[in-house]
Design a binder for this molecule. Structure first.
Ligand SMILES: [Fe+2]
Ligand SMILES: [Fe+2]
Length: 274
């Protein structure tokens, strides 16, 4: 079994914190030897070491998971409101009255289900970005991933607040969604490096953007509050995809894209109800 050990040895690329961890077997070093069918195989030998893991990053990852799953997230931006959305429309329509925007119980249930799906997407975004930032050895890229992650925190907070307003609830399976997305983010970064990891960001954000666009047609027409949130989220997701593209993302193979699409579809269907 591999163990974690504290060390003060000099690192070729010092991490942000002072305390470092090595994947290390007592008396031996460890070496990445084979990448085969997506599995990382490790074999100890006396010459090579795995890249160091940063204790601060690990703590931040655990903190992110706990905050995402069990705390009420705080947005750094105000929640988008319908008046903002309306002011962007050039048709000169006046603001709707309270009666025009109040929802029936059926409409509330539909909006609640759709916003629950969106909230799950944001839980996964937190996990994906956190996993990718942890896997990356590039401080500049980690900063960009962190910045995108902060915007995803806004989305997380907005969707949760809207769920509460609709008297609905988050998915009961959020820990499962988080674990799966974290594994994908961390695995992509470790197995394929930054460019593949960024490829996942581009494809994920593109799929999320398309999904949010479809929600704009499925949400009740008079649920302007949910529409304002989804609309701003769409803009942010497109910006995240552009950021990843600019940072040198590689295009994922078609079968991987299709697999991601199928997984997202399954998640969407389950989260609609559970
Ligand atoms: Fe998001
Ligand atoms: Fe995003």
């Amino acid at each position: 079994m591999f163990t974690y050990s504290q060390t003060t040895e000099t690192l070729s690329q010092p991490p942000l914190g002072k305390l470092c961890l090595f994947h290390q077997r007592t008396g031996h070093s460890a070496k990445k030897i084979t990448l085969k069918q997506g599995y990382l195989l490790l074999e100890h030998n006396k010459r090579a070491k795995l890249p160091p893991m940063n204790a601060d990053a690990l703590i931040l990852a655990a903190d992110s998971a706990l905050r995402t799953l069990f705390a009420t997230s705080r947005a750094s931006r105000a929640m988008p409101v319908p008046s903002q959305q309306l002011s962007q429309q050039p048709d000169g329509l006046s603001a709707p009255t309270q009666a025009q925007t109040s929802l029936t119980e059926t409409e509330k249930a539909l909006s609640g289900a759709l916003m629950r799906v969106n909230h799950v997407g944001e839980v996964c975004a937190q996990a994906l970005y956190t996993g990718q930032a942890l896997a990356s050895q590039n401080p500049a890229l980690r900063q960009k991933l962190d910045a995108a992650c902060r915007e995803e925190t806004d989305h997380l907070a907005w969707t949760l607040e809207r769920l509460n307003q609709l008297n609905s609830r988050p998915s009961l399976l959020n820990p499962l969604w988080y674990a799966g997305a974290f594994a994908i983010g961390y695995g992509a970064g470790k197995l394929g490096g930054d460019k593949l990891s960024l490829g996942f960001v581009v494809e994920t954000e593109n799929q999320v953007e398309a999904h949010l666009a479809s929600h704009m047609t499925h949400l009740p027409a008079n649920d302007l509050a949910s529409r304002a949130i989804v609309s701003q989220m769409r803009l942010d997701e497109m910006a995240h995809a552009r950021m990843a593209q600019k940072e040198g993302a590689v295009e994922l193979p078609e079968p991987v894209k299709r697999l991601m699409g199928a997984a997202a579809k399954l998640m969407t269907r389950v989260a609609h109800h559970v």
